[in-house]
Design a protein around this ligand. Structure first.
Ligand code: GZL
Length: 321
């Protein structure tokens, strides 16, 4: 390709990139975040703020303290301010149709982050989330592999009641252990994705199951509840990771620290960077109305103590967890 043509191509690319950035530069978005219930949530918040800053987006941030009514109030506030877009991490799946309809009528695109909603798909521009059923399945498949044909009584720490990750991660895990009659879920209760509640509920499971002697494994819908459960197992004089296997989801630094200590066995990674793909889709939409994929699915990778947990801890620590 001759030098003139090359320069023309480079110039074209530069213009495209500039206009892409310009489409987003100076836009104002209102982010309705669930809260700060877990290390992963804190990382998602910090990554979202950093992604906005890198793009020159002004981010209005609202922390709902895990209450849907606070999210709905925040979204209405963003509509009143006529922001350019509203990213939302919906705490539960139901109860969004009215407020999402109000956003649509105000012609403000809504983007769902990390959780889904039971509402018509035309009420949001796109949804960026993991395949949460797959996350549960990967966790279950690890346990099936780990126990073989040995009898294994599992206790389950569920996420927030009515949230799509709690519903889907339960479904996926049950799919994976189906047909393996030696593995049974003996008790299942919500720990609301928090360490404190995870510890409290695990203490109850241990009391109910012969001081924990009858429990083979704990499956926690997120690492924070698993870390709480590890505390409860140790307080009961048992060894997490050996007396009771620990499998969970998120891949936050502290679960890798537990693996280094031999106290956790497996986690399924959930990227905290849902905002990057979301803002890219928004830029294209604001620039020329390009409609993104309705569902942008992030990767789910299994990590065990064989996967350099110290290195994974070092990599993740400081990413806002
Ligand atoms: C899942 C996300 C969950 C995390 C938890 O996509 O919504 O919420 O797994 C967080 O750590 O509380």
């Amino acid at each position: 390709m001759n030098i003139i043509k090359t320069l023309a191509v480079v110039a074209g690319l530069a213009t495209a990139l500039t206009s892409f950035a310009t489409a987003q530069e100076g836009s104002v978005v209102g982010f309705s975040q669930i809260g700060s219930e877990s290390g992963w949530r804190a990382a998602e918040t910090s990554v979202t703020k950093q992604q906005a800053e890198e793009r020159g987006i002004e981010l209005k941030f609202a922390d709902a303290q895990q209450k849907q009514e606070n999210q709905i109030k925040a979204i209405r506030g963003f509509i009143a301010r006529d922001v350019d877009a509203i990213p939302v991490a919906p705490v539960v799946a139901t109860g969004w149709e009215d407020v999402l309809t109000e956003a649509k009528e105000a012609e403000i695109p809504v983007i769902l982050l990390d959780r889904g909603v039971d509402a018509p798909e035309d009420l949001y521009l796109t949804s960026v989330a993991s395949d949460q059923v797959k996350e549960g399945r990967v966790a279950g498949e690890w346990l099936v592999e780990a126990v073989g044909t040995e009898p294994c009584k599992v206790v389950e720490l569920q996420g927030t009641v009515g949230s799509t990750p709690a519903i889907n991660r339960k479904q996926g895990f049950e799919e994976a252990i189906a047909g393996h009659d030696n593995i049974t879920i003996a008790r299942s209760q919500t720990g609301d994705f928090t360490r404190a509640k995870g510890k409290e509920v695990m203490e109850g499971f241990i009391k109910a199951e012969n001081g924990g002697a009858d429990i083979c494994a704990v499956y926690a819908h997120n690492d924070d509840m698993a870390v709480g459960a590890i505390r409860a197992i140790k307080d009961a004089g048992l060894k997490p990771g050996t007396d009771i296997k620990v499998v969970s989801i998120d891949a936050v630094p502290d679960i890798f620290a537990a693996m280094v200590a031999g106290e956790a066995n497996a986690t399924v990674e959930l990227t905290p960077n849902m905002a990057g793909p979301a803002f890219d889709a928004l830029a294209a939409y604001l620039k020329d109305g390009t409609e993104p994929e309705k569902f942008i699915i992030t990767e789910s990778k299994l990590y065990t103590p064989e996967d350099n947990p110290q290195g994974e801890y070092d990599t993740r620590k400081g990413l806002g967890y």
